[in-house]
Design a protein around this ligand. Structure first.
Ligand SMILES: [Zn+2]
Length: 146
């Protein structure tokens, strides 16, 4: 339950109200840290817990969690919007293939190079890297070339 408590503290710190919907939403992400959840999955879960909750309130809560870097929104080709839990992860950038929709979590090595370039080019540091790179994975590059 530590994560849940930490997240509640983060919301409070940012003057956000703690509502039952927010508690269920946070717990759902905590329970599915490796999953990229779709809006219908999130809606189904919350409507099961809180019958009558409306879509726009779910959407507003997701926007708030995005602002606080608790989750990251990913646009996955062929699958639409997905939400990934990224809380307490210093590096959260994703590499997405435009052809097959494969999503890969970016590694530390890339983060360090980007961090260095940010400092050199923009004199910008301690960035929280929430980036999505779109391109073609090695498998799809081979298809294109062949
Ligand atoms: Zn691909």
């Amino acid at each position: 339950m530590k994560k849940h408590k930490d997240l509640i503290a983060l919301l409070r710190h940012n003057q956000q109200r703690i509502t039952p919907a927010r508690r269920f939403l946070l717990q759902f992400f905590i329970d599915n840290p490796a999953k990229r959840l779709s809006l219908p999955e999130i809606q189904a879960h919350l409507q099961d817990k809180l019958p009558g909750i409306n879509r726009s309130s779910i959407y507003r809560n997701l926007e708030m969690l995005k602002q606080l870097s608790v989750i990251q929104e990913l646009g996955v080709p062929g699958q639409g919007k997905r939400y990934q839990f990224v809380f307490e992860q210093q590096v959260h950038h994703f590499i997405i293939c435009k052809a097959c929709g494969k999503v890969v979590k970016g590694n530390r090595n890339l983060f360090e190079k980007v961090e260095k370039a940010l400092k050199e080019i923009h004199d910008f540091q301690k960035a929280n890297l929430s980036v999505t790179f779109y391109g073609f994975c090695s498998k799809c590059q081979a298809v294109e070339a062949g």
